[in-house]
Design a protein around this ligand. Structure first.
Ligand SMILES: Cc1cc2nc3c(=O)[nH]c(=O)nc-3n(C[C@H](O)[C@H](O)[C@H](O)COP(=O)(O)OP(=O)(O)OC[C@H]3O[C@@H](n4cnc5c(N)ncnc54)[C@H](O)[C@@H]3O)c2cc1C
Length: 376
C-alpha cells in the first residue's frame, strides 16, 4: 500500500492532533499515523492537566504565554468540546525560607519575561485558598495560570481535525522514515508506505529512534511520571497548585475529583514490564503525605486510581520544534519534558504556521534542533 498526503504526522497526542487540526484548517491534506489502538494514548491522556506559565524555563515563556493569551480561552468554542479550561491562577507553595528563595528566583525570571506573577505571604495565600495549612509561609501567585482536561482537549482536536478532512489511522506504528534526493518523502509501517511532502514527528520519546537513522539526534530519555485521582469532593478551590520543590501539583476537576501528580524519585522502580508505564505502589502514598501537610482538609479523601505515563525529557528541559537540519521537509515536535500539555496547542499552531510558510507568533529559535551540537 502506498498512500499520499501533503503532511504526514506521526503520533496523535495533543501535539500531533492539534497540528493536524491547524494544518487541515489551512487547507492541507493530513494523515496522522498512531502506533497505539487509540488516539492520544501517550502522555496526552495521562497528564495532570496543568496549563501554567509560572515555574517554566524562560526560553519557553513567550510561547506558552502566547498560547494562554490567544488559544486556551477560546479553545472550547473553537473545538466544540468542553475542554474544562479554568483560568483561576496558580499558587506555587513554600514552607521554608529555602522554598521562598527558589520561588523568588523563578518569579524574578518570569517577571523579566513580562509574566504577571508575584510573591505573596502566607496570609495572602490563605485569602486565596483558605484550605491551605498554616505551615505555608508564602507562594508565587500567577493569576493567569490554570488547568484543563487533557482527555477532552486531545479528543477535541482529533474530532475537529477529522471534521476538516484529516485522516487518523490507529494501530499503525511507523518503523522507519525514508528520504528521496535528500528530502523526507515517506514513513514505513508494517502495512505499507505513506508518502508526503512534509512529515511531522510528534511521537514523544520514540521520535529519537525514528529520526536517528536520518542523522537527526535529539538527546532525550524516557522518564516516568505518576498521577492519582480522588473520589469526587464538594467544590473546594479552583486554582492550580504546585510547590517550590515540585513534590506535588494538582487541581480539583469540574466533577469534583482532585487530580494530583508528584515526583517521588521512586517512579523508575516499577515491578512490571517497563514497556507499559505502570504506577508503583509507593509513589502515591509519598505524594499523599506531601499533600496532607499542605492540605489537612484532604486527609480523608479516597484515592480511586493511580496511573503513570512516559515523558520525553530533553537534555536541556525544553522541546525541539523545528525542521530537521539536513533533512528538508522533516519536522520535529518532541522533548516536552513533562510539561507539554499546556504549551501543546501553541507549539502545534506555531509549527503549522512554519510548515505552511507563515510566521509563527513567537520566535522559535530557542527550540531549534541544532542547539545540542558541539559549538565550533
Ligand atoms: C503523569 C504525567 C503528568 C503530566 N502532567 C502535565 C501537566 O500537568 N501539564 C503539562 O503541561 N504537561 C504534563 N505532562 C506532560 C504532557 O502530558 C506531555 O508533554 C504531552 O502530552 C506531550 O504530548 P505529545 O503529543 O508530544 O506526546 P504524546 O501524548 O506522548 O503522544 C505521542 C504519541 O505518539 C505515538 N507514537 C510513538 N511512537 C510512534 C510510532 N513509531 N508510530 C506512530 N505513533 C507513535 C504514541 O503512541 C503517542 O500516542 C504530564 C505527563 C505525564 C506522563
Amino acid at each position: 500500500m502506498s498512500s499520499t498526503a501533503d503532511v504526514l504526522i506521526i503520533g496523535s497526542g495533543i501535539v500531533g492532533s492539534a497540528a493536524a487540526y491547524y494544518l487541515a484548517k489551512k487547507g492541507k491534506s493530513v494523515t496522522v499515523l498512531e502506533a497505539a489502538d487509540a488516539v492520544g494514548n501517550g502522555g496526552s491522556s495521562r497528564n495532570g492537566g496543568g496549563v501554567r506559565q509560572s515555574g517554566r524555563d524562560p526560553r519557553e515563556l513567550p510561547l506558552v504565554m502566547w498560547g494562554i493569551q490567544n488559544l486556551w480561552p477560546a479553545l472550547a468554542q473553537e473545538l466544540d468540546t468542553n475542554v474544562e479550561y479554568v483560568q483561576k491562577g496558580n499558587l506555587r507553595l513554600g514552607k521554608t525560607e529555602a522554598h521562598l528563595k527558589t520561588l523568588q528566583k523563578l518569579t524574578d525570571q518570569a517577571v523579566a519575561c513580562g509574566l504577571d506573577v508575584r510573591m505573596i505571604d502566607g496570609d495572602e495565600v490563605r485569602a486565596i485558598n483558605p484550605y491551605l495549612s498554616q505551615e505555608v509561609i508564602g507562594a508565587s501567585w500567577c493569576p493567569t495560570d490554570g488547568h484543563a482536561n487533557p482527555l477532552t482537549t486531545t479528543l477535541g482536536y482529533y474530532k475537529k481535525a477529522r471534521a476538516l478532512g484529516a485522516r487518523f489511522i490507529t494501530g499503525e506504528p511507523v518503523r522507519s522514515l525514508q528520504k528521496r534526493r535528500g528530502r523526507i518523502c515517506a514513513a514505513v509501517t508494517p502495512s505499507g508506505i505513506y508518502e508526503a511532502e512534509q512529515i511531522l514527528v510528534a511521537a514523544g520519546c520514540e521520535t529519537r529512534e525514528l529520526t536517528l537513522p536520518l542523522g537527526v539526534d535529539v538527546p532525550m530519555r524516557k522518564k516516568k511520571s505518576e498521577c492519582l485521582v480522588t473520589e469526587a469532593e464538594p467544590p473546594l478551590f479552583a486554582q492550580m497548585l504546585g510547590t517550590a520543590e515540585a513534590d506535588f501539583y494538582g487541581h480539583q476537576t469540574a466533577h469534583g475529583s482532585f487530580v494530583f501528580g508528584g515526583s517521588t524519585g521512586l517512579e523508575p522502580f516499577g515491578l512490571t514490564d517497563e514497556a507499559f508505564p505502570a504506577s508503583t505502589s509507593l509513589s502515591a502514598p509519598c505524594t499523599c503525605r506531601g499533600i496532607m501537610k499542605y492540605f489537612p482538609a484532604l486527609a480523608d479523601a479516597k484515592i480511586v486510581r493511580t496511573w503513570a505515563g512516559w515523558t520525553d525529557a530533553s537534555a536541556d528541559g525544553i522541546p525541539v520544534l523545528d525542521e530537521a537540519d539536513g533533512v528538508p521537509g522533516l519536522y520535529l515536535a518532541c522533548g516536552f519534558s513533562g510539561h507539554g500539555f499546556g504549551i501543546g496547542p501553541a507549539a502545534a499552531y506555531s509549527l503549522a504556521e512554519r510548515m505552511t510558510g507563515g510566521t509563527p507568533p513567537v520566535d522559535l529559535s530557542p527550540f531549534r534542533c541544532t542547539r545540542f551540537r558541539a559549538k565550533i
